[in-house]
Design a protein around this ligand. Structure first.
Ligand code: ADP
Ligand code: MG
Ligand code: MG
Length: 906
């Protein structure tokens, strides 16, 4: 490989730029870009992602051979920029080693700070800086990070604390101090000795003293971490290919732990929870690296306004706030001003909300990272609309910024107003990620997974979370941490997942060993119910009912904008007037699928339905159908009313009849009574109706063809209801849909019946109404002969669930046994029932659409399977040129946005 693999960045030279994320990873590309913008960034170099691929494929020695000379040149560049020498005992150049892939993966890869220190250099650093405490603090941090990340020294059992932290706690306890900043130089020296002894005892080898060995160890550890479990899991959850690899950044250290005129912090150019255009963040004086997010000390706010808001939530008096937790704006006004200038410049440059990391070394500001900020769905919507209004981005960009699926979070439930008034608040923490959650307490991520697998709702309660908790966080309803700020691991990850989270609830004492959490003297055990309000930062005892969220201004604006750009119409699948109303509220412009059989389960109806199925002959069936007719008619009237003026597609009876049968003896005896037959007769009939493979059995139009009276009754109910509605001034737009059609003859048999019934009703009532008569395309044969079917059918609606099932030969009810393995093995990239299999099933959709249009110009084409609400599938349906997609009511806003995004991309 002749490619350049090392890219330097610094004041005098910068090789990379923001658009080189594929090569440099996000962090490296943005560090280079900041250098180009003239922002102070500690100099360094980036090892390209290709090197990681070489490591993965060919191993450590191969990659080292390939990059060794270039790495040496990179180090030489940094030495020149800083005027220090790597490995020098008197004035050592120290570096950080930071990973960074193309897509930001928070907390996935671990950073090593202060690399280059050893027993000799620490003395040199102390002498040169005139700050012995700082030198030893840096050294102990380095050993701790390197020992953990590179040498792999972890707790032996999951209940155990970090072994390094245990030593720190012991020393603090012995000295009677609470904060690590209160430890003396001797304490730190002692700590270093203990750390090294720990490494030696546990691992049987010495901590490496040679800076170059340290550097190579770290670089390889970053490459290795690309393949650790949690990184692999994160990539899977976020659709990031394993093949991308990670870059490695080696960067000169700047020190936030040099005393009271130094510090470190993280900030957002806007509010990551709400999207409010307010610069905000947290920092700590005399601290380094991830102290701020680790929740070791309570971080201070950057802006005065933010600090005041924080004090209200944390119940800290203004006096205490000013003396103990003043804002950066108050304590370092000049630095603050510079930081505001920088964040504004960065946001304007990237034209997006930024998440930034900085360090102050002896009153000088250094930027260490910038990236487009992860934020809640609500914040995504608000920042996009406001940046559009501020002229920073155009309409198309605003629409494309919001991942369609993220709207899900805005549609999430909040606590029921009445229930929350009665609820008992037991603690408050920070509103780390909004939403409402209620569930049973668990203290470990793996247990969260087990409990959820058993169908329970859980709240994951942790002292603070770490990347190991990711799986547990993903399945929990919500996350509660006792420590950590708004930028803690828990907060950042939860917002990314759109999951409710309360962090830093200081009054909560977590004891994972005892599996308890204590608040104000009350002990809560594993399995006890609690509830979280992630928008307010409140923790409540007990289970609290939730209700649906209401949708506010910016959301509406985004939806209007989506409607302006989208080409596909969005309908909803709704079987009841209530569902229809919800769908219309969410912007559905019709019902694409009304399943008549769903009405059959309500109240007493099932008896009439069972009577119809169990009847021995046509006469018996007609008797039962006569009971069902008025019920169905009433249902349709309700739906037409809810969808006044909008099309409603009603599908005739579809499912296998056995779904409605009484399977237990009690129910069979009840039906025997009802129908005046013996129990044995009923039992016999039920056994008779048993099917080996019901999904491919007596269902769909096969029912209406074998029992025409069923179709007659349904057609009558649909048409009579339409005439009744019309008489009441409502405009019903009826589309009657025949399911599971595979041949033109099937369609015609049913169509003839429906048309004759409609004519009969028109004659009886002396009134008429227009209606369309079409079919589902959901069997592969139906798709293949769509040109013939379109001669008679006035519309097609693709039933992509059945079409997928039958094309792949996968029984949807049985995929659990093999699909996970198939996804793992890459047989299918994604679950074909969630996102349409474009290469296979997609061909049938494309062909049927083309054939349908060839026979009948302008034939109406839609989709009514689950795929109608999936953004990737919507992109495909847009390309095929369908007229509409239909999805569940709650996905309508997502589909509207996805349809706009698909249209823009075209
Ligand atoms: P992550 O990907 O987890 O954000 P980073 O590489 O950004 O990890 O490192 C975490 C923190 O370490 C940074 O926010 C910063 O505070 C600190 N850090 C990294 N490199 C340096 C450096 N060269 N000088 C000072 N601090 C650094
Ligand atoms: Mg980190
Ligand atoms: Mg970072």
């Amino acid at each position: 490989m002749a490619n350049k693999l090392i890219y330097v960045f610094g004041a005098s030279q910068t090789d990379g730029a923001a658009d080189m994320k594929n090569t440099l990873g996000g962090k490296g590309a943005n560090l280079a870009e900041m250098c180009r913008l003239g922002i102070s960034v500690p100099p360094g170099f980036t090892i390209a992602t290709d090197a990681c691929t070489v490591y993965t494929e060919q191993g450590q020695d191969a990659v080292r051979k390939l990059i060794e000379a270039e790495v040496k040149q990179g180090v030489a560049f940094v030495e020149k920029e800083m005027g220090k020498t790597f490995g020098d005992a008197n004035d050592p150049l120290l570096v950080s080693v930071r990973s960074g892939s193309r897509a930001s993966m928070p907390g996935m890869m671990d950073t090593i700070l202060n690399l280059g220190l050893n027993d000799e250099a620490v003395a040199g650093l102390a002498k040169k800086s005139g700050n012995e405490r700082f030198a030893w603090d840096s050294y102990r941090r380095f050993i701790q990070m390197y020992g953990d990340v590179v040498m792999g020294l972890k707790p032996e059992k999951k209940e155990d604390h970090d072994p390094f932290e245990e030593i720190i706690d012991e020393i603090k306890a012995k000295r009677g101090v609470e904060l690590d900043t209160d430890l003396s130089v001797d304490d730190l020296k002692h700590m270093v000795a203990e750390f090294k002894a720990l490494v030696k005892n546990r691992l049987g080898r010495e901590f490496p003293n040679d800076p170059w060995e340290q550097l190579w160890g770290s670089v390889m550890a970053v490459f290795q971490s690309w393949n650790n479990d949690r990184a692999v899991l994160y990539r899977k959850m976020n659709d990031i290919p394993d093949s991308w690899g990670t870059a490695v950044n080696v960067q000169s250290m700047v020190f936030g732990n040099l005393g009271d005129n130094s510090g470190t912090g993280v900030a957002f150019t806007r509010d990551a929870a709400t999207g409010e255009d307010m610069f905000n963040g947290e920092f700590l004086i005399n601290a380094q690296g991830e102290d701020v997010v680790a929740g070791i000390r309570t971080p201070q706010q950057i802006t005065l306004e933010g600090s005041r808001r924080w004090a209200v939530l944390a119940q800290v008096s203004e006096e205490e706030r000013k003396s103990k937790y003043p804002s950066l704006e108050e304590v370092m006004p000049a630095i603050y001003e510079q930081l505001v200038k920088t964040e504004t410049a960065l946001e304007n440059h990237y034209k997006d909300m930024q998440d930034i990391e900085f360090t102050i070394q002896e009153n000088k500001l250094w930027m260490l990272q910038t990236r487009s900020a992860k934020r809640t769905g609500a914040a995504l919507v608000r920042t996009s609309i406001e940046m559009l209004q501020q002229g920073m981005i155009d309409e198309k960009t605003a629409l494309q910024r919001v991942g369609a699926d993220r709207l899900n979070e805005l549609l999430h439930p909040v606590f029921d107003g009445a229930a929350i008034k009665k609820a008992k608040s037991i603690a408050n923490g920070l509103p780390a990620s909004p939403g409402a959650a209620t569930g049973q307490i668990v203290f470990f991520a793996d247990e969260a997974e087990e409990w959820v697998a058993q169908g329970k709702n859980v709240i994951l309660v942790r002292q603070e979370t770490s990347p190991e908790d990711l799986r547990g966080m993903a399945v929990a309803q919500g996350i509660l941490t006792a420590r950590g700020g708004m930028t803690s691991h828990a907060a950042v990850v939860a917002r990314g997942m759109g999951k409710c989270c309360v962090s830093g609830a200081g009054a909560v004492r977590v004891d994972p060993k005892a599996r308890t959490m204590t608040v104000g003297g009350v002990v809560y055990k594993e399995g006890d119910w609690i509830s979280l309000d992630g928008s307010k930062g409140q923790v409540y005892a007990g289970k609290i009912d939730t209700k649906d969220a209401d949708l506010s201004g910016d959301f509406g604006k985004l939806m209007d904008l989506a409607d302006k750009y989208k080409r596909l119409a969005i309908r909803a699948n709704a079987d009841t007037p209530e569902d229809a109303r919800v769908a219309r509220n969410f912007g559905a412009v019709g019902i694409g699928l009304c399943r008549t059989e769903h009405m059959f389960f309500e109240g007493d109806r099932i008896k009439a339905v069972r009577e119809m199925i169990l009847a021995q002959n046509e006469e018996g069936r007609r008797k039962a159908l006569a009971k069902l007719l008025p019920m169905q008619r009433g249902d349709f009237e309700g739906i037409y009313k809810a969808m006044d003026g909008l099309p409603v597609t009603v599908r005739l009876l579809d499912p296998p009849l056995h779904e409605f049968l009484p399977h237990d003896e009690a129910a069979q005896r009840e039906m025997a009574n009802e129908m005046g037959l013996s129990y044995e007769e009923i039992k016999h009939r039920v056994d008779d109706l048993h099917e080996a493979n019901p999904m491919m059995g007596h269902r769909g139009c096969r029912l209406g063809i074998t029992y025409p009276e069923i179709t007659e009754m349904q057609a009558r109910a649909i048409i009579e209801a339409a005439l009744n509605s019309k008489a009441q001034g409502i405009t019903p737009k009826v589309e009657i849909m025949i399911p599971l059609v595979g041949t033109l003859r099937e369609f015609n048999l049913q169509a003839k019946l429906i048309r004759a019934t409609a004519e009969a009703v028109f004659a009886e009532r002396n009134a008429t109404i227009d209606y369309l008569l079409g079919t589902m395309i959901e069997t592969p044969r139906g798709a293949l002969v769509a040109d013939a079917i379109a001669k008679e059918a006035e519309f097609f609606s693709f039933g992509t669930n059945d079409l997928t099932q039958m094309t792949l030969g996968f029984s949807r009810d049985d995929i659990g046994k093999f699909l996970p393995c198939y996804l793992n093995e890459g047989v299918y990239e994604v679950d074909p029932f969630q996102s349409i299999d474009q290469t296979g099933v997609g061909q049938l959709v494309q062909a049927a659409a083309d054939k349908g249009r060839a026979t009948r110009t302008g034939i109406k084409l839609g989709v009514c399977g689950e795929h109608g609400g999936d953004p990737a599938s919507i992109g495909f349906f847009n390309k095929v040129g369908l007229d509409y997609v239909s999805c569940s009511p709650f996905r309508v806003p997502i589909a509207r946005l996805a349809a706009a995004q698909a249209a823009i991309k075209e």
